[in-house]
Design a protein around this ligand. Structure first.
Ligand code: UDP
Ligand code: MG
Length: 323
């Protein structure tokens, strides 16, 4: 069998050489033919330069491609999955946070017939605030979203050819991989591991980026948040009616006493805020429709030593096939 390892890299100059050497040492000891598929996500440092020299050194076992700009990790993973030719594909971060020693275990589980072998990281070593926020987030999101998202389960996983083909055939523009992995299903097995500290370079996730990623997760999979908005609106309308009746009742019984200025302002501001959130929510869905309707490619390749991976067929050709 042949194994492909897909590695998205964005400004990983400091660590990519060490990553390559470590992974090759591990892979050479295993009885598999392999290829490493590096995707340079428009890095502004010397990552591409490093990749070129790695590819020169190991011509047959290295594929790399480089984006014309930073398209994000989701696009980089997609490009890597399309480029990968193996019977099984492992997705790994370039910063050695995903321990290469686990590849053997993943392959063993794959041999048992699983289509997705998922490494679930423990959160020891993370900041307590981030851990708590993550826990709360996953609890909330699993109430809302149809697919199951698990805390600590990320992109570090092995996918069988069947699973890879399923993923690459999904044409959507807004890709939220954690959800897509879960959505495609197939026989999945999970095991725990301890996340290592980043070897060099720095994390690309700032708080704002994480927040946006979280919002993506909530609305990428269904319209349930819109339903929630309707429920909230209905409850508020019911409350307002009850309150009005109560005020009228009180006025009839005791006459008008308190002017109630503060209450009024609080209600107006509160409702205004809620309306803005709901408009934003609706706008977000419309924005997504807008992006999908443009059918732009997920990434543009500037340089590669392989073939440029094919884009997903357009909606029209897909429809053409099914009718
Ligand atoms: N990455 C990428 N494009 C981006 C951001 C990150 O390809 O726009 C890659 C990065 O090079 C690394 C992986 O995604 O291989 C995970 O990124 P990072 O280590 O910054 O995330 P963290 O481990 O902090 O969640
Ligand atoms: Mg990392």
């Amino acid at each position: 069998m042949k194994l492909s390892v897909v590695v998205p890299c964005y400004n990983e100059e400091a660590v990519i050489g060490r990553f390559d050497a470590t992974v090759r040492t591990v892979l050479d000891e295993l009885a598999v033919t392999y290829e490493l598929c590096y995707v340079d996500d428009g890095s502004s440092d010397g990552t591409l330069h490093r990749l070129r020299s790695i590819a020169q050194q190991h011509t047959t076992t290295t594929r790399y491609l480089s984006f014309s700009r930073n398209f994000g990790k989701e696009s980089a993973m997609l490009a890597g999955l399309r480029e990968a030719g193996g019977d099984a594909v492992i997705i790994m971060d370039a910063d050695l946070q995903h321990p290469p020693e686990l590849i053997e275990k993943m392959l063993d589980l794959y041999q048992l017939g699983h289509d997705q072998v998922v490494a679930k990281r423990s959160r020891d070593g993370d900041k307590p605030l981030r851990t708590t926020l993550s826990r709360l987030y996953y609890r909330a999101v699993n109430k809302w979203v149809d697919v199951e998202l698990t805390d600590g389960v990320g992109d570090f996983r092995l996918l069988s050819r069947t699973a890879v083909d399923a993923l690459t055939s999904l044409p959507e523009c807004n890709r939220f991989s954690k959800g897509l992995f879960s959505w495609i299903g197939f026989d999945t097995v999970t095991f725990d591991y301890r996340n290592a500290a980043r070897e060099a370079g720095e994390s690309k996730w700032r708080f704002g980026a994480l927040l946006n990623y979280g919002i993506d997760g909530m609305i990428s999979f269904n319209c349930r948040p819109l339903r929630l908005a309707i429920h909230a609106g209905l409850s508020l309308a019911a409350l307002a009616t009850a309150y009005t009746l109560w005020i009228i009742g009180a006025a009839v019984v005791g006459g008008v006493t308190a002017p109630g200025y503060v209450t009024l302002v609080a209600i107006v501001v509160g409702l205004g805020g809620l309306q803005m959130v709901m408009l934003g929510l609706i706008g977000e869905y419309i924005g997504r429709i807008y992006y999908e309707s443009k059918r732009r490619p997920h990434f543009l390749v500037k340089e590669t030593n392989g073939t440029v991976p094919k884009e997903t067929p357009t909606a029209r050709s897909v429809i053409g096939k099914t009718h």
